[in-house]
Design a protein around this ligand. Structure first.
Ligand code: C2O
Ligand code: CU
Length: 486
């Protein structure tokens, strides 16, 4: 794997003093309690969150925290999540990686529209004071899918990037008995790690270009961050460069790159310079067939990896740092583990992890899509097959149950995400897929100039879905398309 940096976006520099690395303890997002079996409620609201020690950061939150509360669910047991919007803007929630009926998938214009809001592509933001808050909406998730770590986030038309940047993201686990019987590290030795970069203005608020303007009304501002917005602070679960006290044992790290635009290549390095093997046991859509061992692991926006790291060889008192090979200076550091005590370890990594991975063949169709920058109304934007997103246009129609191969061609780095259907990577650049492409994915990170082929089966539900680049700024600047499952 090369060390070529991703296309650079506007890297914002924080205007507040930043804490030293590896001092703030790693927070673990709280698990949301249901209000009744299978029924959850979340209030979206502005809250002051302490991200940097001693600094108050006003954020848009799910339930007052960043990340939002974690939802723990069981395979095949449907749940509902009622979101009450007390933010000054309309929102819509998408469960990323969920096999979700279209009406609960969080379509970008599918907001509960407050009075006076016309919404949609190219329309102006309403005056926040005119927006009625306290709008609620209930989403239904059947969760008839393989166990995996999913995440939920805002998906509002044209404003997904600032909404996620301001805090609208949380984790959602789907679990089942078969996975739990494998004996992978669990309990306190299974750690969710949501990695995000941010930047802070002098008053402690999150810095973001044109935060309160529309992307489309200020093309000059837009072009300055065509590559996406990057921050100079690396957060894990909402804490800057945190540290976690660990046992000298195996840990299962459930890693999400929740950044808008930053790509990472992670490695785990001991204080004496040894790289610990990263044993990948799962991808976006759940367990692999068999473990794959990596020295370092690239992760693009919205991708997840399920990785076992063994700290048994690290002396008590020693540290293991999780580093980012694509970063420079402080963005090259992510978090650390301090090995605090020797431990007994009954966990294992079985040679066979899952036997229910779909293996499709004989696609009904092969299609090709290009993901490139290009002119659009108001300046440059990001286009799929030469066109910016239009919510009123159906770009692709597929049959329910059809198997298709899609060839995805990129100009620069684009993490491409398909709603509803998990896929497998068949090839990259005309070659076999890379080791980290193993398993079932819902987001594939295309490298500059690369063409990749994916195969999928569109089963689940009929209706209108999306596929798009998950560089959140690219997404807002047009790189989305409508997928109709008939
Ligand atoms: Cu993570 Cu269409 O989104
Ligand atoms: Cu992109």
């Amino acid at each position: 794997l090369g060390r070529r940096p991703p296309v650079t976006g506007a890297e914002l520099r924080s205007a507040v003093p930043l804490p030293p690395a590896f001092e703030v303890p790693l927070p673990l997002p709280a698990v949301l309690k249901p209000v009744a079996p299978g029924r959850y409620e979340i209030t979206q609201r502005v809250a002051d969150v302490e991200i940097l020690p001693g600094v108050r950061t006003p954020m848009w939150t799910y339930g007052g925290t960043f990340p939002g509360p974690t939802i723990e669910s069981r395979r095949g047991q449907a749940i509902t999540v009622t979101h009450r919007n007390e933010l000054p803007v309309p929102t819509v929630v998408h469960l990323h990686g969920g096999r979700t009926p279209a009406e609960s998938d969080g379509y970008p214009t599918d907001l509960v529209l407050p009075a006076g809001w016309s919404g949609g592509h190219g329309h102006a933001m309403p005056d926040p004071r005119a927006v009625q808050s306290r709008v609620t909406r209930t989403y239904t998730f059947p969760l008839d899918q393989r166990p995996a770590m999913l995440w939920y986030h805002d998906h509002r038309m044209d404003f997904t990037a600032p909404a996620i940047w301001r805090g609208l993201a949380g984790l959602h686990f789907v679990r089942d008995d078969a996975e739990e019987a494998l004996g992978l590290p669990s309990g306190p030795r299974e750690l969710p790690l949501m990695i995000t970069d941010r930047a802070f203005a002098a008053d402690g608020s999150l810095d973001y270009p044109s935060l309160d303007a529309t992307l489309r009304e200020r093309p000059g501002v837009r072009e300055s961050f065509l590559g996406g917005v990057l921050g100079d602070v690396i957060l894990v679960n909402g804490a800057p460069w945190p540290i976690h006290e660990a046992d000298a044992a195996r840990y299962r790290l459930r890693i999400l790159n929740g950044s808008n635009a930053r790509h990472y290549e992670l490695e785990a390095v001991t204080d004496d310079g040894r790289r610990l093997p990263l044993v990948q046991v799962g991808a976006d859509q759940g367990l692999l067939a068999a473990p794959v061992t990596h020295a370092s692991l690239p992760i693009g926006p919205a991708e997840r990896y399920d990785v076992v790291v063994d700290f048994a060889s690290v002396p008590v008192g020693g540290r293991v740092r999780l580093l980012n090979r694509l970063g420079t200076g402080r963005t090259a550091e992510v978090m650390a583990f301090r090995i605090a005590r020797p431990a007994r370890d009954d966990s294992r990594v079985p040679a066979v992890l899952s036997q229910d991975l779909p293996s499709w063949d004989s696609p009904a169709r092969v299609r090709e899509f290009s993901f490139r920058a290009g002119p659009m109304p108001g300046g440059h934007g990001w286009l799929i097959d030469g066109r910016p997103f239009d919510p009123s246009r159906t770009d692709v129609t597929v049959g329910l149950g059809d198997v298709e191969v899609w060839r995805l061609v990129a100009d620069v780095h684009h993490p491409i995400h398909l709603h509803l259907a998990g896929f497998r990577v068949l090839s990259r650049g005309g070659r076999p897929p890379l080791p980290h492409d193993a398993g079932l994915k819902d987001t594939v990170s295309l490298r500059p100039g690369e063409a990749a082929e994916i195969i999928t089966r569109f089963d689940g539900y009929r209706g209108r879905y999306l596929f798009h680049c998950h560089n959140a700024e690219h997404e807002d600047m047009g790189m989305m398309a409508n997928l109709e499952v008939r």
